[in-house]
Ligand binder design. Structure first.
Ligand code: COA
Length: 263
């Protein structure tokens, strides 16, 4: 737990769970909360885990940027913000291991942008998604518009930013915004199950796959294919890949020896 108790970091199995704990304000992302989240990313338990799960409270994953901090910001203050705690969303996206958002309740504005910065989103049936920014005279600006366009395409991104108020978990899943929908209260447990599955995979292959996929949308087809091949060339030399290939060959030859011969 950080000093003000805004963010809790704890290990759970192979995962590290980072919990937003500003429940009284529905986890509104104040600069203090963003700062605590940034500090949490440096925690040794994050480094030691196979997967990082971000979660909030029952009522809200997060109701977005703290609206009370939005007044009277001049351009210099806004630039300083993006150099400071406003950079945390990109740091979440850049973590070299898989990340999952376990979502209950409100997941609005900056809260949704935080969830979009993670690799997977597991939502329970109470989850409500939305981007209220344009309605209050601004736009999503924590990487969310860019990620939405990459994830869903231009037309869907415009629909979510300009036309839609709130989306339930099933609709968010149908659009591709959410990885899985689970029963109310089950998002964290399901995220931990997925973390264990990831923890069972060869870690170098997991890290390289995540990074390579993240670079693909920015790459030409040729560069993307080269990235795949270079990743393969590197991974094929790892002990994990060699042992898996040997175990497969061994299993096949054992099975062949056991097959009855022709009568
Ligand atoms: N920023 C700052 N404080 C927020 C907040 C936000 N984004 N969202 C909620 N809060 C605070 C409320 O001010 C309230 O604090 P208070 O009890 O000290 O007044 C507390 O969290 C609980 O919120 P409340 O509005 O009473 O809960 P509700 O269940 O009636 O409504 C929401 C929930 C999410 C619909 C409503 O809080 C809301 O619309 N929040 C703003 C969402 C938003 O615009 N986010 C994007 C900003 S870019």
């Amino acid at each position: 737990m950080n000093e003000e108790g805004l963010v809790e970091v704890r290990p759970d199995g192979s995962a590290c769970v980072i919990t937003l704990r500003r429940e009284r304000k529905l986890n509104a992302l104040s600069t203090a909360l963003e700062g605590a989240l940034a500090d949490a990313l440096d925690h040794r338990q994050v480094r030691a885990s196979a997967c990082v799960v971000f979660t909030g409270g029952e009522r809200a994953f997060s109701a977005g940027a703290d609206v009370s901090e939005m007044r009277d910001q001049d351009p210099a203050a806004i630039l300083a913000y993006y150099r400071g705690t406003g950079a945390v969303y990109e740091r979440v996206a850049a973590l070299p291991k898989p990340t999952i958002s376990a979502i209950s309740g409100y997941c609005l504005g900056g809260g949704l942008e935080l969830a979009l910065a993670t690799d997977f989103r597991v939502a329970d049936r109470s989850a409500t998604f939305g981007l209220p920014e344009v309605g209050i005279g601004i736009v999503p600006s924590s990487g969310g518009m860019h990620r939405l366009v990459r994830m869903l395409g231009v037309a869907r991104a415009k629909e979510l930013v300009l036309l839609r108020d709130r989306l339930g978990a099933d609709e968010a899943h149908a659009l591709g915004l959410v990885t899985e929908v689970v029963a109310e209260g089950a998002a964290l447990d399901r995220s931990l199950e997925l973390s264990e599955r990831i923890a069972g995979l060869p870690p170098t292959a997991v890290a390289v796959a995540k990074q390579a996929i993240d670079y693909m949308p920015e790459s030409s087809r040729e560069a993307g294919l080269a990235l795949e091949r270079l990743a393969y060339a590197m991974l094929a030399q790892t002990a994990d890949a060699r042992e898996a290939a040997e175990a497969f060959t061994e299993k096949r030859s054992t099975a062949r020896r056991r097959q009855p011969g022709p009568p």
